[in-house]
Design a protein around this ligand. Structure first.
Ligand SMILES: Nc1nc2c(c(=O)[nH]1)N[C@H]1C(S)=C(S)[C@@H](COP(=O)(O)O)O[C@H]1N2
Ligand SMILES: [Mo]
Length: 264
């Protein structure tokens, strides 16, 4: 993967690479204030103005500048992403009990999705756009893993997810593996998207179970994408539609300034 260098890039790109490397070594500890502090440290206001072609008189233009730089960080992180590097796995004795719930709403508002009428939509750059019922997903070869989930809100927890390796699923639907993005639309109107190398990573799972039981509603019934290489907000629950595309799909939190790559 190549870094797309913005035309008027005018700050120390080594600092950006160092930041990307340190993000990867301490994935999860990158908070929004830390990101802004880093950007303030490493960029002069003049450099920021040069980069964005705007004066920094208003918060809005600062935010626009930060968004552009975050998108460039996405490219740097994707470039540093090693598809063969595995996230740590843990013994079952280390599973966090109870495992925390999180969403952009509270636990009493969790969506109840009906198992019988559920059909997963698969669209975009795929050969087979057939819809999937839950038993069909359960009939594919399953695997499980115990990994750490890291939320940018400042907590992490170890859990066990089981399901279909996402690469197997993408192969099965004849996805264009050279496409840039895989996007997800969820039953609670949440949405996110990931890069294709992460979609094909061996630990990326279409998860149908949590702790060896069907995924409970609060953890994303009937299905979620589980990626131990990505921060919590990149792991969509209640997936209703999957699409393969070359058009940047963004995401619920990403569109509000969270870093799109969001992981290692
Ligand atoms: N559909 C959906 N997926 C989502 C979210 C959400 O609000 N809706 N929140 C994300 C965030 S920020 C986190 S930390 C995890 C929480 O997953 P958990 O409830 O299994 O801990 O779900 C992620 N996926
Ligand atoms: Mo999160």
């Amino acid at each position: 993967m190549k870094i797309q260098t913005p035309a008027r890039l005018d700050f120390d790109s080594k600092a950006v690479l160092d930041e990307a490397a340190s993000r990867i070594s301490q994935v999860g500890r990158v908070t929004e204030p830390a990101r802004r502090a880093f950007l303030r440290r490493s960029l002069s206001l003049g450099g920021l103005a040069m980069l964005t072609g705007c004066t920094l008189a208003h918060e809005d233009s600062v935010d626009a500048a930060l968004t552009r730089i975050s998108r460039m960080n996405d490219d740097v992180q994707a470039w540093l992403f090693d598809p063969n590097r595995l996230a740590p796995t843990y013994p079952e004795s280390m599973i966090t009990r109870p495992f925390p719930f999180n969403a952009y709403y509270s636990e009493d508002e969790v969506r109840q999705i009906d198992e019988g009428s559920y059909r997963l939509e698969v669209t975009g750059l795929v050969a087979d756009k057939r819809k999937w019922a839950l038993p069909e997903l359960r009939a594919m070869a399953q695997t499980s893993q115990v990994t750490r989930h890291i939320c940018v809100e400042g907590w992490s927890a170890i859990g066990k997810w089981g399901g279909v390796p996402f690469a197997d699923f993408l192969r099965r639907v004849g996805a264009d593996m050279t496409a840039k993005y895989v996007g997800f639309k969820c039953g609670d109107d949440y949405f996110t998207s990931i890069d294709m190398p992460t979609a094909l990573h061996p630990q990326t799972l279409l998860a149908l179970t949590y702790d060896s039981q069907p995924l409970p509603p609060k953890y994303g019934f009937p299905m979620k994408l589980r990626m131990p290489t990505k921060l919590g907000y990149k792991n969509p629950k209640h997936i209703q539609a999957i699409f393969v595309t070359n058009t940047y799909p963004g995401g619920y939190w990403e569109d509000q300034g969270y870093n799109w790559f969001g992981g290692s």
